[in-house]
Ligand binder design. Structure first.
Ligand code: 5GP
Length: 193
């Protein structure tokens, strides 16, 4: 998506440790108009597919997913919560995710009443790097008996391999910008087309 690539080029900054900062428009300050265009792009990609729920993970995915939902007939948006501890009361599906940015594992939960067998789910997130966050969301869907219809990502860092691994597993991954290389020394960012 050209608009997103241009914003990354002009406002993104490349940090050490393979971190791309885009908090001027994506995950701190939010450009809702851009989110709307991203939602339209995913709706075009997934047109004709059955999607009756969007699942994302807190916090950065929530705003993007909520705006995108307007393009999918206002389907509900559920966000998996990052829990402090696992409360095994049986009312929630639980998985563990290794955080790329925090470099530690944490439990992720979703209430059973919000993810059901037979749901056709679109997963949405701001970034795809190694794919840990998405595999957590996929685990939650599998536990619930829900079907993952597709995956919509704003920025995929292609060089970290998570996206290609998910595609090899058969998932329909629509990343609106795929960064194939980025250099913290020069700030240069190269996109895959
Ligand atoms: P993964 O689980 O695919 O390795 O990493 C994806 C998650 O880590 C996303 O939910 C996102 O919040 C965070 N993340 C990964 N790489 C970056 C990055 O370069 N910049 C930012 N801002 N977040 C990232």
């Amino acid at each position: 998506m050209q608009e997103l690539e241009e914003r990354i080029q002009s406002e993104g900054t490349v940090k050490e440790g393979n971190v791309l900062k885009v908090d001027a428009f994506l995950n701190h300050q939010c450009d809702v108009r851009l989110f709307d265009h991203m939602g339209a792009a995913w709706a075009q990609h997934f047109a004709g597919k059955k999607i009756d729920k969007i699942l994302t993970i807190e916090a950065s995915g929530i705003g993007i997913a909520c705006v995108a939902a307007r393009h999918f007939g206002d389907v509900p948006v559920v966000f998996a919560k990052k829990a402090q501890s696992i409360n095994l009361d049986g009312d929630q599906y639980v998985t563990t995710v290794y955080s790329f940015t925090k470099q530690k594992e944490f439990p992720v939960i979703v209430a059973k009443k919000y993810l059901n067998a037979g749901d056709h789910v679109l997963l949405i997130d701001d970034f795809l790097a190694n794919g840990k966050a998405l595999h957590g969301l996929i685990n939650l869907c599998e536990d619930a008996g829900a079907t993952v219809t597709g995956i919509g990502i704003a920025v995929e860092k292609g060089f970290q391999g998570g996206g290609d691994a998910l595609r090899a597993e058969g998932y329909d991954v629509d990343s609106l910008a795929i960064v194939d290389a980025m250099d913290p020394a020069t700030g240069e960012i190269t996109f895959r087309h």
